[in-house]
Design a protein around this ligand. Structure first.
Ligand code: IVH
Length: 672
């Protein structure tokens, strides 16, 4: 291909791929299949290989990670990245406010406008945009020089490679915190354990470790995200305040924390701190305090800097989520996939308002790596509502009476053989009928994110198992009121509610059902991908590992695990019995008995009232089907302006043709 043509094609592909990324990741409404997307992506990669000089700095291929580096190079920050002074009480804040008013020469009554932001617990980075293009990214380092990690930062999907504005500043340096939200952190740690890698003690360490990878392909697989919070050097644009800065960069596509807000004086700061302390345990990410900044940039400049921190900002820290306690015992427990996990029973200790008495030790290898023994004094850390982890042993506190817990030879629950599978750190119970595994799989099946059987918690599941009423999840749908009346403290009403909740779970979405099955490596996210990729349970069950791999984000390990699950005789039987009992997973947007059930629609031409994917969703929500081409089976063609051959064909076949207006009327129940 001629270089000019290649340049044009690359520009087209970059834009098209970014557009599809947006549709896929942000709007959840892909317009093309994964295979079509992959074809575009591969074409771009090939062109970039052929013409390396044409690689654009905002090329979406950077998102998957390029060549590994030998080592990081150093970059000097144009403006030093300072740290923050700490406050621990409202008295410290009063001191801070008093000093600011004194330095600004303000009268006692004058109140300052501050902006309060959650203090994100991650890794500080700097992004450099030249004329709107991300050209460099670095770590904070010692504040003066950091490490250049541009390729790694480009793999973070939330970081725009190009600012969303037609008139970007010539230079914009943005500082922010790269972090790992709690749910991805939990998933990521589980995956590491399954792969035999040591899990991270907290999301901050995980984020730091992920950013410092010399191979950006590794960083690309870590679910990192960013929150931007401060400008560095800016040329070609003037921000008047922190509040205006945050609003503007947000409009340009940089993520900022939506909880940040301007407040007045000490009272405003106190309220914000109190609110965040109350929210802390419910946020999907870790915060370790509140950052208070003078909002007005002119006042910030007037106040200036000290050697290591700015005079106009302070961090009001929350109590740390670490504590020292003693491991009283270590108990092996069996999970739903048979993995035996050591859990530490701790001398109860309070960690920022919550009493902690257990910590996960992950697996034997990890326990050995940290050399954790019964009787040890340990430092533990709690991140959000994630099960606390042991950070390290305080070996200086050892007395010599501490004991190691040996690897069990038999399952602590059923006595079956325990094996260590090659390539895995986990030790696993092989007992097919291990009661602990069955118990855990039923708990998972009924849980809120799975089939959401309201009221069916551990307590009832234990009774069902003890009475021999249930041996697997399919048995749940055979229960009768008489069965439940055998429970301790069970009444008619309660039994009726429970049966109602079980019945109500029959029509969950396909993705939910797949997740509920508890297939190894298939979390909620993967279950959604699988459901979207196959559309029906039967096609899903029949899919080969190769077909699974065509689904974006499904790797070989996951594909193997899924095929193995559906190949299992016992698993197939349970699924058949579930279906026979009336469990009927629905596909996401489909509604049985909708207005358009059984009807096929084709949209063509330039649509003005809705996009094609919106139209598709509307049709599916009413039980209909949106097709790409017109045939005898088409019921309606909706033609926008300049409709061409499809309209022609519809006329030939005598298919009803509607305008957008008429389609919308039909949506509202009027006859076209
Ligand atoms: S502003 C002079 N805002 O806290 C202002 N920092 O202890 C410099 N951090 O290195 C930083 N959330 O990594 C700022 N909303 C926020 C922040 C924040 C977290 C981190 C940042 C900084 C450290 C200082």
């Amino acid at each position: 291909m001629d270089i000019n043509l290649a340049k044009e094609r690359i520009a087209f592909l970059c834009e098209e791929i970014e557009r599809h990324n947006l549709l896929y990741y942000e709007n959840d409404a892909p317009e093309i299949s994964d295979a079509e997307y992959d074809a575009l992506f591969r074409e771009l990669q090939q062109l970039e290989n052929q013409f390396p000089e044409l690689i654009r700095p905002d090329s979406p291929t950077a998102r998957v990670g390029g060549r590994p580096l030998g080592k990081f190079s150093q970059v000097a920050h144009r403006v030093p990245m300072l740290s923050l002074d700490n406050a621990f009480s409202v008295d410290d804040i009063m001191e801070f406010d008093k000093r600011i008013r004194r330095e600004l020469g303000l009268a006692d009554q004058a109140e300052i406008t501050y902006i309060c932001e959650p203090k994100m617990d991650g890794v500080a980075v700097e992004l450099v945009y030249e004329n709107g293009i991300l050209v460099q990214g670095s770590t904070r380092g010692d504040g003066v020089t950091g490490e250049e990690i541009t390729a790694n930062l480009k793999t973070i999907r939330d970081i725009p490679l190009r600012l969303k504005t037609d008139s970007p500043p010539q230079l914009l340096e943005v500082r922010g915190e790269v972090y790992l939200p709690l749910e991805p952190f939990r998933r990521f740690n589980l995956e590491r354990e399954e792969n035999g890698e040591p899990p991270f003690a907290n999301p901050r360490n995980a984020a730091a470790g992920s950013l410092r990878q010399l191979d950006p392909k590794i960083t690309a697989r870590r679910p990192l995200t960013i929150c931007s919070y401060a400008p560095g050097t800016v040329q070609g644009y003037v921000f008047g305040s922190q509040n205006a800065f945050l609003a503007t960069i947000m409009a340009w596509g940089l993520p900022v924390n939506p909880l940040a807000r301007p407040v007045t004086g000490i009272a405003g700061i106190s309220d914000f701190h109190e609110e965040m302390a109350a929210l802390r345990d419910t946020l999907p990410y870790e915060i370790d305090g509140v950052v208070v900044k003078v909002d007005d940039f002119a006042l910030q400049r007037e106040l200036g800097e000290k050697s290591r921190s700015s005079k106009w900002a302070i961090a009001w820290k929350f109590p740390p989520r670490q504590a020292v306690t003693v491991v009283e015992d270590i108990i092996p427990s069996v999970g739903r996939t048979g993995v035996i996990t050591p859990t530490a029973n701790l001398r109860p200790v309070e960690v920022s308002g919550v009493t902690v008495s257990r910590a996960t030790l992950h697996n034997w290898e990890e326990m050995a790596r940290k050399d954790i023994r019964i009787g040890d004094t340990v430092l533990i850390e709690r991140a959000g509502d994630v099960i606390p982890a042991v950070v390290r042993v305080l070996t200086e506190k050892r007395t010599g009476s501490e004991r190691l817990l040996p690897l069990p030879a038999a399952c602590p629950e059923c006595g079956s053989l325990v094996v260590k599978i090659p390539d895995e750190v986990a030790v696993r119970c092989l007992g097919l009928t291990c009661p602990a595994q069955i118990r855990e799989s039923i708990i998972h099946f009924a849980s809120r994110h799975a089939m959401d059987i309201d009221g069916l918690g551990e307590k009832y599941i234990d009774q069902l198992l003890r009475l021999g009423l249930v041996h697997d999840v399919a048995d749940l749908y055979q229960l009768t009121a008489a069965d439940l009346m055998r429970f301790e403290r069970m009444g008619d009403k309660l039994a009726e509610n429970l049966l109602g909740a079980i019945a109500a779970s029959k029509n969950r979405e396909l993705a939910t059902f797949i997740f509920a099955l508890g297939i190894r490596h298939v979390g909620e996210h993967t279950a959604k991908l699988l459901a979207a990729g196959f559309g029906s349970l039967s096609s899903r069950m029949a899919a080969s590992a190769g077909e699974l791999l065509t689904i974006r984000e499904v790797g070989p390990q996951v594909a193997r695990s899924i095929t193995a699950f559906f190949a299992g005789e016992e698993n197939r039987r349970v699924i058949e019995r579930l279906l026979a009992a009336g469990v009927s997973p629905t596909t996401a947007a489909k509604r049985v008995g909708g207005r358009f059930t059984g009807k096929t629609f084709v949209f063509t031409g330039a649509l003005e009232r809705f996009s094609r994917s919106e139209a598709q969703k509307m049709v599916e929500a009413e039980g209909g089907h949106a097709a790409g081409s017109v045939s005898k089976k088409t019921d309606y063609v909706i033609a926008g302006a300049e409709a061409g051959s499809k309209l022609e064909k519809a006329r030939q076949l005598g298919v009803a043709v509607l305008t957008e207006e008429e389609f919308l009327q039909m949506m509202e129940g009027k006859e076209p």
